[in-house]
Write a protein that binds this ligand. Structure first.
Ligand code: GAR
Length: 209
């Protein structure tokens, strides 16, 4: 299985995935890093880890479809089977979703459906919850809404700030994400069934004939 990781920022999850895939002898390989921010630290990690990387400037395209068409072309060139989102702060549009339906996975720093979006850790602190966590899920057209594959709780401690809580969450992410991606590429999860089930749940009753 050939995997592309998409990242926008630091890329610590990207690095933990690359290391796990190499150290644990996965039946698959991370063949590409796709980055939508040219200065992102993830690109430095890719260079150090010797993973081919390509950065895009989405703003330089007329629309999301044109941007994703270029990304798709690259994924086809690298014969990518799976897209693993790791801190990729952009909604996946119809172009990539159609081409990789049921083969895009994301990690999110909360117990979804709580705190979707870009500021999950800050929102957990603001709400004063005692527990937050990590969710790994398949990607659909919504914002952090696809079928959940794994979740793990993380405590919020007195005196936590965003950095302390993010670090505690990411320690879990760096272990959990490789575990789930390995199960996916081994074919141990019936992603087609999960996506189909989700479609049925979201179909409006008046659409059923
Ligand atoms: C991770 O904590 C990931 O869960 C989060 O971004 C961080 C990226 O860190 N993703 C989201 O918030 C998605 N909505 P990294 O670049 O060091 O892997």
């Amino acid at each position: 299985m050939r995997i592309a990781v998409f990242a926008s920022g630091s890329g610590s999850n990207f690095e933990s995935l690359v290391k796990a895939s190499r150290e644990q002898g996965w039946p698959g390989e991370i063949v590409l890093l796709v980055c939508d921010r040219p200065g992102a630290k993830a690109l430095e990690r890719a260079e150090r880890l010797k993973v081919p990387a390509r950065s895009f400037v989405p703003k330089s395209y007329p629309d999301k479809a044109a941007y994703e068409a270029d990304v798709l072309h690259l994924l086809q060139e690298y014969r990518v089977d799976w897209i693993v989102l790791a801190g990729y702060m952009r909604l996946i549009g119809p172009t990539l979703l159609t081409a990789y339906y049921g083969r895009i996975v994301n990690i999110h720093p909360s117990l979804l459906p709580a705190f979707p979006g870009k500021h999950a850790v800050r929102q957990a602190l603001e709400k004063g919850v005692k527990w937050t966590g990590v969710t790994v899920h398949l990607v659909d057209e919504g914002m952090d809404t696809g079928p959940i594959l794994a979740q793990e709780p993380v405590p919020v401690k007195d005196g936590d700030d965003e950095t302390l809580l993010t670090n505690r969450i990411q320690t879990v992410e760096h272990r959990l994400y490789p575990e789930v991606v390995l199960r996916l590429i081994r074919g141990e999860i019936d992603t087609d069934a999960l996506m189909k089930q989700r479609e049925e749940q979201t179909t409006c009753p008046s659409d059923v004939r």
